[in-house]
Design a protein around this ligand. Structure first.
Ligand SMILES: [Fe+2]
Ligand SMILES: [Fe+2]
Length: 119
């Protein structure tokens, strides 16, 4: 699980590096697309794990994933359509999202899983 989180963080970092080197628009699509797919795969994996473990706040957590995915997909579409470029606020959003998701929401179920003997 943490390996996947690190992968997501690495992708955001890559995106940020490129952004600082002056890429703001479509040029970022490949990395951004990778981030979207990695997030999707991660959420699916997480949800299946949480279902198996009868996590009590599963629906709530799924909702969080859904909202985030919608935002990512929307951004990707805007990027592809050229109606939005990536700016500083995008990274604020991505970092807030990652930190909030991993540190807060996921920690709650990590505690739950540890209680159930899953690592
Ligand atoms: Fe996660
Ligand atoms: Fe999650």
């Amino acid at each position: 699980m943490d390996v996947e989180h690190q992968h997501l963080i690495a992708l955001v970092n890559t995106l940020h590096d490129r952004y600082q080197r002056g890429q703001h628009g479509r040029a970022l699509l490949p990395v951004f697309g990778e981030l979207v797919e990695a997030a999707r795969a991660h959420f699916e994996f997480e949800e299946s794990l949480l279902e198996k473990q009868d996590y009590p706040r599963l629906e709530e957590h799924k909702d969080e994933h859904r909202v985030l995915m919608d935002q990512l997909v929307e951004l990707e579409g805007q990027l592809r359509g050229g109606t939005k470029s990536i700016e500083g606020d995008t990274f604020e959003f991505l970092c807030d999202w990652l930190v909030d998701h991993i540190v807060n929401a996921d920690r709650d179920f990590a505690n739950h899983l540890r209680g159930a003997g899953v690592r």
